[in-house]
Design a protein. Sequence first.
Length: 190
Amino acid sequence: MQIPSLTIHSTMGQIHVQSTPPEVEIQQHPADQTIEQPKAEMSTSRTPSKLTIDQKEAWNNLNLKSAFVRISEAAENGRQAVLEGIARRAEEGDDLLHIERGGNPIKDHAVQNAKPDYTYDTGHTPPFLAVKESYTPSQLSVNWQTKDPVVDVQSHAPTFQPVHGHVDISMAQYPSVTMSVAGKQINEVI
């Protein structure tokens, strides 16, 4: 006896998935930047140099004296002459006071006072380093005042533009079950 055979054939369902991935467009605009550099300030101050030459001593040695020097010397010589004159007259007065000691004081005084007593200096070569000089060098002072640069930056935020992704799902193959008994199909289930 033959036993009928039952054959079951099933087909699996298949899903077809098609997806578009999401995208993001990013734009970054460059920053606006300005740089300003203020000028440095410079100030200078200078004291001039100074040369002093004193040649009074050299001129005096050559007997080329200034009026001030000649007046000063004449005043000193006059003062000295007055003191010497007072001393000479006091001495002559003492000689005349004691005339009893003998001699001829009046004649001696006349002979002594008749002789000229003066000298004239024509000058002579100035001594070494008679001209005095002094020199003060110039002083230069430079002051700088630097300034920091002024930097202004305006940054821009990035812009985002999203493109949404999507997924399409469809049935590529529907599931099915087929049963047959001894080669005869019974039914189909979807």
